[in-house]
Every structure is written in C-alpha cells, then in structure tokens.
Design a protein around this ligand. Structure first.
Ligand code: C5P
Length: 248
C-alpha cells in the first residue's frame, strides 16, 4: 500500500450504517476529506459485498473491518475473499484467535493478492477499545490491559501480520515493541468537545486525534463523532487539521 503523506490519508471514517444508499450518500460527501472508508460488521451484514463494490467506485481505499475469529481454515478462506474485493486495502482478524489462525490469515492475504506496495494488509485486533480492565478480567484474561495488548501485538507480528488495531493508550508501547514498519490503527478516537464534554459512546479507552498521532498511530478510525455531527464535513476537516498539526 502506498500511503501519500497528506494528513487526510491517516483518517479512516467508519461507515456504520445499515443501508448501501445511506453509506454511499455519506461517503460521496466526505470522500475528498478522508484516506479510507471502513466497512464493518453493521454495513457488511446488512448489505454484503455490494456495499464494498459501490464504495470502491468512489476511488477511496477500504478497510474491511470484519474482525474474523474462527478456526484457521475458515479464517484463511474469509481473508482471501476479503482481500479479493475491489479497493480493500486493510482486512483484519482478532489476535485472540491465536498464532495458527493469524499465520493462516497472513498466508492467505499474501497468496490471494499480488505482492508489492499495493497489496492488501492484514491487521489483528489486540483488545477491543470498548473493553476496560474489568471487562477483560471478566472474560478470564489476566494482567493489565496495556501489557496484554502489547503481547498480542508481538504475537501478531511473529505470525506474519502487518499491523494491529489497538487503543491509543497502547500505541506507543506497541510502536516501541514492533518497530516503525508495523501498522498501528487506533479507533476510540474522540476529538475534544468544545461544549459539555466529550461523548465517548460505548468506547472505554478513548483519546484525541492529536494524542493518537503523537502516540505513533498510522491511521485513526472515527465513526460517530463524524457521522453524528451536525456538519460531518466540518467535523472531518477539523480532525484532518488536528492530524496535520500533530504531524508538523
Ligand atoms: O463511532 P466510533 O468512532 O466509536 O467507531 C469506531 C469504529 O471502529 C466502529 O466501527 C468499531 O467497530 C471499530 N473498532 C473499534 N475498536 C476496535 C476495532 C474496531 O471501535 N478495537
């Protein structure tokens, strides 16, 4: 994947809608302000691969965020199918699926698409940004969440995965542990609110776009702060400006 240096390249906007028509209408309005659109479980389950085809026609890259977590053979087939769809630059699995699953996914992504700078990249989700310390303890995962996320990132890298989806809180430690080339994508990003305070929705570990870039994120994923804004273009532009300032 060849990323241009423009600050907007670092912004991935989550198209968390139920219908293709709403998603495409929104994407058309914002396509010149974003680096990629994210098609996730909500849109893909409602509208299927056709959603990816139509978004791809806008010429913006796509992060197909389906977070596979299944037996290696099934995940490899799903990753292969995902990477073959038009415009898909990023696909992902859950690191908690383990080494064999991640290795199968990494092999599938490099087998199915041409090698080189433009090949689809595989990411692993470390710990969902909606989960805090209590939530991960409840599912039987011990130790501090930030330590766990770094360990999962290292495991993913060892399995041949190109990068991770992680919270901003862990990005710095992951960058240090996994090096400059390893991709870091951070959701849970909330621009600072000028009014009554920042709305976090269901995200537990949030940070501002500036904090994300300063922590070493290559991409930030933003959904509701843009989708639900009264002026989504202005909200996206503000985030791009904040990315630009953080990079300068
Ligand atoms: O609306 P919001 O900005 O919270 O959207 C974040 C997007 O990033 C959602 O589409 C969500 O599925 C996704 N995501 C996340 N945490 C992860 C991986 C993906 O929030 N660890």
């Amino acid at each position: 994947m060849t990323f241009d240096a423009h600050p907007r390249s670092s912004l991935i906007v989550a198209l968390d809608f139920d219908s293709i028509s709403t998603a495409v209408k929104f994407a058309k309005q914002a396509a010149d302000l974003v680096g990629m659109f994210k098609v996730g479980n909500q849109l893909f389950t409602s509208a299927g691969p056709e959603a990816v085809r139509q978004i791809a026609q806008l010429g913006t890259g796509i992060f197909l965020d389906l977070k596979f977590h299944d037996i290696p053979n099934t995940v490899a087939a799903a990753v292969l199918a995902s990477a073959g769809m038009p415009g898909v630059q990023l696909v992902n699995v859950h690191a908690l699926g383990g080494t064999a699953m991640m290795r199968a996914a990494a092999q599938a992504v490099s087998a199915g698409v041409p090698m080189g700078a433009d090949r689809t990249r595989l990411l692993a989700v470390t710990v969902l940004t909606s989960m805090d310390q209590k939530a991960i303890r409840e599912v039987g995962i011990g130790g501090p969440v930030n330590v766990r996320a770094v360990k999962l990132a290292k495991l993913a890298q060892k399995a041949g995965v190109d990068g991770v989806v992680a919270s901003v809180q862990e990005a710095k430690a992951i960058r240090k542990a996994c090096g400059r080339e390893f991709l870091i994508v951070t959701p849970g990003v909330r621009p600072k609110d000028k009014g009554a305070g920042t709305k976090t929705d269901d995200q537990a570990r949030t940070a501002t776009p500036r904090e994300a870039i300063k922590a070493g994120a290559d991409f930030i994923v933003v959904g509701r702060p843009i989708l639900a804004a009264s002026d989504p273009r202005a909200a996206a532009q503000e985030i791009v400006d904040e990315i630009a300032a953080a990079k300068s």
